[in-house]
Design a protein around this ligand. Sequence first.
Ligand code: G3H
Ligand code: 13P
Ligand code: ZN
Length: 325
Amino acid sequence: GLVNTKEMFARAIKGGWAVPAFNFNNLEQLQAIIQASSNLKSPVILQVSKGARKYANPTLLRYMAEGAVEYAKELGCNHPEIVLHLDHGDSFETCKDCVDFGFSSVMIDGSALPYEENIALTKKVVDYAHQFGVTVEGELGVLAGVEDDVVAEESHYTKPEEVVDFATRTGVDSLAISIGTSHGAYKFKPEQCTRDPKTGHLVPPPLAFDVLAAVEEQLPGFPIVLHGSSSVPQEYVDIINKFGGKLPDAVGIPEDQLTKASESAVCKINIDSDSRLAFTAGVRETLAEHPEYFDPRQYCGKAREYMVDLYSHKIKDVLHSDNKL
Ligand code: G3H
Ligand code: 13P
Ligand code: ZN
């Protein structure tokens, strides 16, 4: 069956790698995630957002995730470690619903709340979830949003002096922190970046590794999570733009920084946008080259191939979670 995050996080921290947390809301994404993680013998976290549950139907998603464990075995992975995790739970009720619905892990994102309210809400979710062996991720520090005027402003970073108090008083199993990542395909404004003189591509400022180190010093060996960790691969952006898309100056987190983070206390890395880009690149390319196609399997099949490549690359070359089962 599905497992919680406890054991895999302990192994990941010890071994200096990170568990991939991939969002899914449709069949092809799920197939691609399971194919890549099974072939490479990687633990994997299937993340479902509130929006994904609304889009795909909670019951269908639940059984898809449970079916994924059987599918992994069919693919020759005899001991799959698959987590079904609620991404960005926004209330006690949403988290409770997911616990009751068979999720093995939930996130309660109280990061936008005042500190004491974040603690109270997170503790309430922990107290409920732990009765059922469900692990809980909390968050301290605010990730800049795509719409925010101030992107990755320093004052949004996690305050290292708060993490011990937060972790002890809430009892969370892992902590998401803010060190300069953000959600989506536009993580930095062009004026925050420099430009590669050869390619003209944006080069983003580095993540705040000093904040990560300070957090780790406060909470040695504690599982740390990075959201907003898509790298926005230029090859997919180029394909999308070549075949009718318009994603000017999309920019993500360079992969070497994600590897560096996963070698330290970071043991879960969240990736959603990159999968969306791979999917869209596959669809746009196939439909542009084959205007006669109208069977979704033709263009979704290509999208799935691109996603398998993407997930495999993340597992093998970036997070080093392969051969860990
Ligand atoms: O953190 C957000 C994830 O990328 C999920 O996004 O709410 O659009 O499903 P979503
Ligand atoms: P990206 O938008 O960088 O893929 O982040 C995904 C995420 O953090 C999901 O919680
Ligand atoms: Zn997130």
